[in-house]
Design a protein around this ligand. Structure first.
Ligand code: CMX
Length: 388
């Protein structure tokens, strides 16, 4: 990877590859290994799955898990920051109801920024994290046409309970929903420094745009179907299969490959084993909803798809990725419309992106911060002269 000077040798083959594999900085919050997946501040994600989202936010910001006293103080601190001004709901009421929920999320964060920016990186990141549960609840309700009689926020409750309270859905098992959402948030908070949305957010912040503008931009990056929106596509894929019969599932998977379509929920750019985040969610599903139709389909897919995908030696990792199970679980606890799923991903990722922005702005280079991003592009006619 490196030359005699310890520097990465950039050659012509690296150009126009989306910076794939080219080191650009250091990350203090998380890293990804091929077999154990993402680690937050050194902890493999499988060890953190049962922590509260608030404690994992604390970990990403402070690089250590809180003591019980620190945890209680941090929850109280977040509660003091959670109020969302009424004008955010007023803006939501003006948005097109058929606009994608990720576009709503981006507008919501940008609106909060216009109202609430302090200019202090850490304050703004923590304020946004604390306001996300209410923002998410308002987004769901107003976009779905349930914009009146919204229950008051309860700032003393956990982040997940505040969202559930604002949402106020009938006929759901509240405990199960909260358990699935807590786990979902923890599993999705961070994923190394170079994933597109995190990278985009840090790049925007490097020009000293506000935390809100940077994270709103990061949400736009996350909304693409090749990035965060894959979780929406995964559940749509499962719903299309419609059977858990192994022979029919195998025929479906083969049909998708023949039609040159991706088998959603499988494969990964870095991992070379089943994503531990998928393993955790399968475990949760086996306890909570083993007989749910969608869960039965993904259980069969988990058996069948890796075997079929392994027949193609080009596929580096035929195993399940994080997106295979999250949609089935969210659907089971009452979120029937997959177009909302990426907003949960965005909600979670605000923590990791926020923590990484703080590190880049206030810690890197002995506190001076990373300079404004400016990678080099080479005019095509100069390529051969400048790059070996
Ligand atoms: N279905 C069909 N083809 C697949 C595949 C899958 N699940 N996984 C890999 N391939 C194909 C690739 O498209 C690529 O084909 P070409 O050489 O024709 O371009 C080839 O196998 C080699 O790919 P790779 O090196 O194994 O994997 P990549 O880094 O290129 O792609 C990913 C990774 C995730 C985009 C890919 O596995 C994929 O498309 N999976 C399905 C979509 C999906 O579930 N996305 C969610 C990802 C979740 C996450 O990133 O955490």
């Amino acid at each position: 990877m490196s030359n005699d000077n310890g520097l990465f040798n950039v050659t012509e083959k690296h150009l126009n590859t989306g910076l794939r594999g080219i080191p650009v900085g250091t990350c203090r919050t998380s890293f990804v290994t091929p077999t154990e997946g993402v680690h937050y501040c050194g902890y493999p994600i499988s060890e953190l799955a049962n922590q509260s989202p608030e404690d994992v936010v604390y970990l990403l910001f402070n690089k250590e898990l809180p003591t019980p006293a620190q945890s209680a103080a941090f929850k109280e601190d977040l509660a003091g920051r959670g109020h969302v001004p009424d004008s955010v709901a007023a803006v939501f009421h003006t948005l097109p109801k058929d606009g994608h929920p990720m576009d709503w999320l981006s507008v919501g964060i940008q609106t909060l920024g216009m109202l609430e920016t302090t200019g202090d990186w850490k304050e703004d990141a923590l304020n946004l994290i604390a306001r996300m549960p209410r923002l998410m609840g308002l987004l769901f309700r107003i976009r779905e046409g349930r914009g009146s009689d919204i229950p008051e926020d309860d700032l003393s409750a956990t982040m997940v309970k505040r969202f559930a309270r604002t949402l106020d859905l009938d006929g759901i098992d509240q405990d199960q929903m909260e358990r699935i959402l807590s786990t979902y948030l923890v599993l999705h908070m961070d994923h190394g420094g170079g994933n597109l949305s995190t990278f985009a957010g840090k790049a925007i912040a490097s020009g000293h745009a506000t935390v809100y503008s940077s994270i709103s931009g990061a949400m736009n990056a996350l909304s693409g179907p090749l990035h965060g929106r894959a979780n929406q596509s995964c559940l749509e894929f499962v719903l299309r299969i419609g059977t858990s019969d192994p022979e029919q599932v195998e025929a479906f998977v083969r049909g998708e490959l023949e039609a040159k379509r991706p088998v959603f929920g499988f494969g990964h750019a870095v991992l070379r084993a089943e994503d531990p985040r998928a393993t955790v969610q399968f475990g949760l599903g086996e306890v909570m909803c083993p007989d749910d139709e969608n869960f039965k389909i993904i259980r069969t897919l988990r058996e069948v798809a890796p075997r079929v995908l392994s027949e193609n030696p080009k596929i580096s990792n035929p195993n399940a990725n994080v997106d295979i199970a999250s949609g089935a679980l969210l659907h089971y606890v009452g979120f029937k419309d997959p177009t909302y799923y990426t907003t949960f991903f965005g909600w979670a990722r605000v923590a990791g992106i926020g923590a990484q922005i703080i590190d880049e702005r206030t810690v890197m280079r002995d506190g001076k911060g990373t300079p404004i991003y400016r990678p080099k592009y080479i005019a095509e006619q100069q390529t051969l002269r400048h790059v070996e």
